[in-house]
Ligand binder design. Structure first.
Ligand code: MN
Length: 139
């Protein structure tokens, strides 16, 4: 699914939801370097306010936020028609099998594990923008 070509999809619009400023800066800088338009939300409330105004092409969702947890936000978004097909990728330090399944059950399209692999990250983002969907684990 992940191509070898330069990972850029023009002016795709990505909302990054992340409360840690260092993580936000890292992700934002990488995405901008690849030409993406980046929106930022540092908590759940900012995320919900942002998407009232804008419909990004992809959301990168930290699941551990100071106010509303990311799972709850994803479930809320999936209830709205305009967000049903939107790629929403959890970005989380949780790497246990159950955590991944919990994210997928909440409606995430996939999971990227923190700390992010800065070399792989642009291709992961591109794959999700192109419609890649992580397969849910068998039971
Ligand atoms: Mn966090």
């Amino acid at each position: 699914m992940i191509g070898n070509e330069s990972p850029t999809l023009g002016a795709a619009h990505i909302l990054v939801v992340e409360d840690n400023e260092i993580n936000m800066e890292l992700v934002r800088d990488i995405l901008r370097a690849y030409g993406y338009r980046v929106g930022e939300a540092f908590n759940g409330k900012e995320c919900l306010a942002y998407i009232e105004q804008e419909t990004p092409n992809l959301i990168l969702m930290d699941l551990q936020l100071p106010d509303i947890d990311g799972y709850t936000i994803v479930r809320q978004l999936r209830q709205q028609e305009r967000f049903q097909a939107l790629p929403i990728v959890a970005v989380t330090a949780f790497a246990m099998k159950g955590d991944r399944e919990k994210a997928m059950a909440a409606g995430c399209t996939g999971v990227i594990i923190k700390p992010i692999d800065t070399r792989a990250f642009p291709r992961q983002v591109e794959a999700y923008l192109r419609g890649f969907t992580e397969q849910t684990q068998d039971t």
